[in-house]
Design a binder for this molecule. Structure first.
Ligand code: NAP
Length: 335
């Protein structure tokens, strides 16, 4: 295991901001994970886990703790009739896994193409896109508990999945080492979302896992700024799920708006509120702005600080609350 000291978090996160991490442990095996946690405990320091750092806002203050970088690689496939179980190390790139699966003509991951981050991070917020969600493919994860210092298998129930949520968000002593997903040799394209329906109407042939994945990636690429020039963590907030009464009152105040039935209420696209109700598409304060092509995406220009991003996000949340009474939640986690 390689241990580095005083590492800028701006180099480990896609927002490209943050202070120094006191220690960084590069974990290339399950044994390294246990060793890194022992190391943190022996130093009396907290630890945190990073994959590609694509859903994290690192504070400007130095992190007096140990960052575990998940570098565990390796994928293996096991046939079970029409289904195929794939097990991947936590450090495998999520989109790399999608590419591998679609090359094998396996169904299940194609709508989840182009999501940044690692396989190990995918259960943490139960990633989802275009009608597909990790929990429906999820079989198990090999999880290390820093309290008991043991590895155990977590099934779907253990993970307590919900919309962009799981037990791993609440219990930070759990570290995911490997994930097993169930893919299929047979499948049908899921093209219900309007972005995908539009592609079909434009004449695109979306009939195989590979063609769907390629097109999803292309659609998504328009919704992100240039990651070399700018910092971002993609969608900064979750799409809110609200009570039917509040939805009815917003429609009477602002007119019809897109909505989708969801567990616990009605889900409305926050981008619609930011754009059509608040007129904030492209809104900027100093070095932080809402991306013009997708207002749910916060963009930090070079020189922005975590404090700038935090203040901007709070200001946006305040505007949303002022206009709609909705308390929006962050998808991005602060460390
Ligand atoms: P979008 O497709 O315009 O959707 C905005 C919101 O409307 C989302 O909450 C989405 O639900 C919902 N929605 C749209 N069409 C729907 C339908 N036919 N049935 C049910 N719900 C529908 O959003 P976008 O920001 O451009 O993102 C594209 C996709 O990537 C979305 O599915 C979004 O959730 C996903 N995404 C995921 C993550 C993540 O996992 N961290 C981050 C960014 C974006 P869902 O959220 O349930 O899809």
């Amino acid at each position: 295991m390689i241990v580095r000291e005083q590492v800028p978090l701006s180099e480990l996160t896609t927002f490209k901001v943050g202070g120094l991490a006191r220690f960084v442990c590069e974990c290339e095996s399950l044994e390294d994970v246990a060793e890194a946690i022992n190391f943190a405990q022996s130093q009396n320091l907290p630890f945190t886990v990073l994959g590609e750092g694509s859903n994290v806002l690192a504070r400007d203050q130095n992190y007096e703790g140990v960052v575990l970088l998940m570098y565990m690689q390796g994928t293996s496939y096991r046939d079970e009739g029409d289904q195929v179980l794939v097990t991947a190390g936590a450090g495998v790139s999520w989109d790399g896994l999608v590419s591998e699966a679609v090359e094998r003509v396996l169904w299940g991951l194609e709508n989840l193409a182009g999501i940044p981050g690692t396989v190990g991070a995918s259960p943490v917020q139960n990633i989802g896109a275009y009608g597909a969600e990790l929990q429906t493919l999820f079989v198990s994860a090999n999880v290390f508990d820093a309290h008991t210092k043991t590895w155990s298998s977590y099934d779907r129930n253990d993970c307590q999945f919900a919309y962009r949520d799981s037990v791993f968000k609440r219990n930070r002593s759990l570290v995911i080492g490997e994930v097993t997903l169930k893919l299929s040799n047979v499948g049908t394209p899921q093209l219900g979302y309007s972005d995908l329906r539009t592609l079909v109407q434009e004449g695109k042939t979306l009939t195989t896992p590979r063609t769907i994945a390629e097109n999803v990636r292309q659609v998504r690429s328009h919704k992100f700024p240039d990651l070399v020039q700018h910092g971002t963590a993609g969608s900064f907030f979750k799409n809110p799920i609200i009570e039917p009464e509040l939805f009815a009152s917003l429609c009477s105040q602002y007119g019809a708006m897109p909505s989708y039935p969801a567990v616990g209420g009605i889900k409305i696209p926050l981008a619609f509120i930011l754009d059509h109700i608040l007129g904030l598409r492209g809104y900027r304060e100093g070095k932080v702005s809402l991306f013009g092509n997708q207002p749910l995406v916060l963009v930090a220009d070079r020189g922005a600080t975590a404090a700038d991003i935090d203040a901007f996000a709070n200001a946006i949340a305040k505007k949303v609350f002022g206009a709609t009474g909705i308390v929006i939640e962050r998808e991005v986690q602060t460390m």
